[in-house]
Design a binder for this molecule. Structure first.
Ligand code: 5AD
Ligand code: SF4
Length: 477
């Protein structure tokens, strides 16, 4: 879908106000990488409007919370922080803004209005384009603003962006989700799937390459449905993108998008999160195999290893289908590794079901597992299910899964010792200035002795030891 362009009228108006004095902002991000990417855009808007970033809340003229609502703990963190910033507001009258997915939930907005009346602006994921106008009006008129849209917002292009990192960058390729997994609030707050045009994505990544970025993370709630909704409306949909050497490429799917991005000179690594196992088509497997820059590492959310639980989760695959998919990918791409997301304690999960999850974990031998304790989300189907699992059982299962996951990670780490790994050097240790840090293609952290000239380069390093959450490497002479 062709996005709409960000309008800079109100950014310019705020700049008129901020130009003679130093104005500062701070931003706190909760949640996933899509939210972090949104925060980089909010920072971009504020910096264009004349604010500079500070970590010190007390000296901020604007404090932004970019919230998430996927699990409950983010809410507790937000309320804790709001208590703290109230003091600063009383002292210096800063503007307090809450944005992000949590604001798309009516009960949360009501709670903020009732219990935290000092909050100035709330906005949702569909209304970022109005943020400059909302801030301008708040400065001029001192009124409270609630700017939330129930319908799906358009895709916004050309938003100013301030990226946290100089080597790796995230690029959203789509927004929203159509899957309605029964535990998940995302489809309700982020709306239906909408894909960005490949031309806009291509231009953004080309700009990033020009600025020296080496690694691109393509982001979406369900990346392998890229352009699928659009193709339902227009089955012949196809974009023609002219690449640097003047040749033309056709893009109409996630696989063809990967092939397009793979051609951008300067970019050395491409990753993506998250694909849905049910949509992992053969053309995507072929593209990963063929594209030299696409990391041979796939984040493949399992959620549960029990076919019965998967059905209740509305995941649309069975334990066996998931395992077959892993096998098929391994057969086609022999060195591929996987990471995953797992939820423990979904309603009705029995000991047998949980053992099925452990069975898949033992079979697939993931490089990394992101483990979550099931958290009830108001408005989702699973929240209304009977047989909610008692907290102590959820925690006990979580601990068992964690122990097994760590044993596997340790075993797998040992296999790295003595091997040569290509490591993209990303930064320096904060505590020891000789130690540099980077990642393997399989996303393992490697620390080693290096120098500044190595930053942003991919170096072959020999792995000499393993330490659970990182490996130690050395340069090969
Ligand atoms: N409770 C626990 N974990 C959840 N996730 C999504 N919704 C919930 C929930 N209600 C997890 C899933 C998803 C990841 C981003 O967050 O594992 O893949
Ligand atoms: Fe949530 Fe499922 Fe969509 Fe992922 S695919 S965002 S878990 S509904």
């Amino acid at each position: 879908m062709k996005g709409i362009q960000m309008d800079s009228t109100f950014i310019d108006k705020i700049k008129e106000i901020t130009k003679n004095k130093e104005y500062k902002y701070s931003i706190m991000t909760m949640g996933c990488q899509l939210n972090e990417n949104d925060s980089e855009k909010i920072s971009g808007i504020l910096e264009e409007a004349g604010y500079t970033k500070t970590e010190n809340l007390e000296e901020s003229n604007i404090i932004v919370f970019n919230t998430c609502c996927v699990r409950e703990n983010a809410e507790d963190r937000l309320f804790g922080k709001l208590g703290e910033v109230k003091k600063y507001k009383e002292k210096n009258g800063c503007i307090i803004i809450i944005g992000g997915c949590m604001m798309q939930e009516k009960q949360m907005v009501n709670k903020i209005k009732e219990s935290y009346p000092f909050v100035d602006i709330v906005f949702g994921p569909h209304t970022m384009k109005n943020l400059p106008k909302d801030i301008y009006e708040r400065i001029l008129e001192n009124k409270k603003i609630e700017d939330i849209l129930d319908i799906d917002g358009e895709i916004l292009e050309n938003v100013p962006i301030v990226r946290e990192d100089k080597i790796k960058a995230s690029v959203a390729i789509m927004n929203g989700c159509n899957n309605f997994c029964t535990y998940c609030i995302v489809p309700y707050v982020r709306g239906r799937e909408r894909s960005r045009s490949p031309i806009d994505i291509y231009n953004e990544v080309k700009e990033l390459a020009k600025k020296g970025y080496k690694e691109i993370m393509l982001l979406g709630q369900n990346v392998n449905s890229y352009l699928v909704s659009e193709r339902k409306e227009n089955k012949d949909l196809e974009y023609i993108v002219t690449i640097e050497n003047g040749e033309k490429r056709k893009v109409n799917s996630f696989a063809t998008l990967l092939r397009l991005i793979n051609e951008i000179e300067g970019i050395e690594r491409i990753r993506f999160i998250s694909p849905h196992p049910k949509d992992f088509t053969d053309d995507v497997i072929e593209a990963i195999k063929d594209c030299s820059k696409v990391c041979k590492f796939i984040h493949l959310p399992l959620q549960s290893g029990s076919t019965k639980v998967l059905e209740k989760m509305n995941r649309k695959y069975t334990k066996e289908q998931y395992l077959e998919l892993v096998q098929k990918i391994r057969k086609k791409i022999p060195n591929i590794e996987f990471s995953t997301d797992i939820i423990v304690g979904f309603p009705g999960e029995t000991e047998e079901d949980f053992k099925d999850t452990l069975d898949v974990v033992n079979k697939v031998k993931y490089e990394q597992i992101y483990m979550f304790i099931y958290s009830r989300r108001i408005g989702t189907v699973a929240d209304k299910m009977e047989n909610q699992i008692p907290e102590e059982i959820k925690h006990e299962r979580f601990d068992r899964l964690k122990k097994i996951a760590e044993e596997i990670i340790e075993q797998k780490n040992k296999k790295y010792i003595g091997t040569i790994q290509n490591v993209l050097v990303e930064g320096k240790s904060k505590t020891n200035e000789k130690i540099y840090t980077g990642r393997t293609e399989t996303n393992k952290v490697v620390n080693f002795e290096g120098n500044d000239g190595m930053l942003g380069k991919i170096l072959p390093l020999q792995i000499i030891s393993e330490h659970m959450w990182y490996l130690k490497g050395k340069q090969i002479m």
